[in-house]
Ligand binder design. Structure first.
Ligand SMILES: [Fe+2]
Ligand SMILES: [Fe+2]
Length: 210
C-alpha cells in the first residue's frame, strides 16, 4: 500500500513539474542554439508562440502518455526503447519551453488538464495490453508528425529558430512511431483514431490561444 502511495505522490509531483514549471533540463543540445534570432514582426512572433504553445502542450501530453503507459503496461523487452522515447520527449518539452521564453510568451494554462487526461489514457491503454498501448503510442506519434508538418508550412519563413526545433522534433516523433510499430503495435480501430484526432483538435485550438 505504501508503495502505491509513494508511486502516486511521485507521479503527481512529476505531472505538476512537467505541466506547470518551466522545465529546461534537456539532455541534447537546443536545435536552435546556433541560429540567430531574426527580426520578426509582432504578428509573426505571436503566431510562432501560438504554434510553440501547441507543440509544448503536445509534449506535456506525450510525457503523461509515456508515464501512464509505463505504470500499467508490461512492455516486455521494449521498456528501454519506450524509456528512450520518453526521455526525448523531455528534450522536446525543454526546447518548447525555451523557445516560448525567447518569444516572451507562456505555455498553455490548460497543461495540467491535458497531462491528467493523457496520463489516464496511457494507463488505460497499458492495461489493455502491450500491443494496444504501443498502437496508441504509434497513432499519437503519427498524428504529431502530421501536426508538425502543418506547423512547418504555416510558421513564418523568417522564423528559422522555430523551424529548426520543429524539424528535429518531427524527426524524433517519426522514429518514436517506428519504434512502437517495430515493438509490435496493433493498428487501432478507426473509431478510436477519430476520437483521438478530435481530442487533439480541441487541445490544439485552445492551446494556441491560452
Ligand atoms: Fe515530442
Ligand atoms: Fe514522440
Amino acid at each position: 500500500m505504501n508503495n502505491i502511495i509513494d508511486i502516486l505522490i511521485d507521479e503527481i509531483d512529476k505531472g505538476l513539474k512537467y505541466s506547470t514549471q518551466n522545465y529546461q533540463l534537456n539532455k541534447r543540445d537546443y536545435p536552435a542554439k546556433d541560429i540567430e534570432d531574426s527580426n520578426l514582426t509582432e504578428l509573426e512572433k505571436h503566431h510562432s508562440a501560438g504554434l510553440m504553445r501547441v507543440n509544448h502542450a503536445g509534449e506535456v501530453c506525450a510525457q503523461a502518455l509515456y508515464r501512464g503507459q509505463a505504470l500499467t503496461a508490461q512492455l516486455n523487452g521494449v521498456k528501454e526503447k519506450m524509456n528512450e522515447a520518453a526521455s526525448e520527449e523531455l528534450d522536446h518539452l525543454a526546447w518548447c519551453n525555451k523557445r516560448l521564453e525567447e518569444l516572451d510568451q507562456k505555455p498553455s494554462v490548460l497543461n495540467p488538464l491535458w497531462y491528467g487526461m493523457s496520463f489516464a489514457l496511457g494507463a488505460v491503454a497499458g492495461l489493455a495490453g502491450d500491443k494496444w498501448s504501443l498502437g496508441f503510442v504509434e497513432e499519437t506519434e503519427e498524428q504529431v508528425v502530421k501536426h508538425l508538418d502543418g506547423h512547418m508550412q504555416n510558421v513564418s519563413s523568417n522564423d528559422n529558430k522555430t523551424k529548426a526545433i520543429m524539424k528535429q522534433m518531427r524527426e524524433d516523433e517519426e522514429a518514436h512511431a517506428l519504434a512502437a510499430q517495430e515493438a509490435g503495435a496493433a493498428e487501432l480501430p478507426a473509431e478510436i483514431k477519430e476520437v483521438m484526432s478530435t481530442v487533439a483538435k480541441i487541445m490544439t485550438s485552445t492551446s494556441y490561444q491560452i
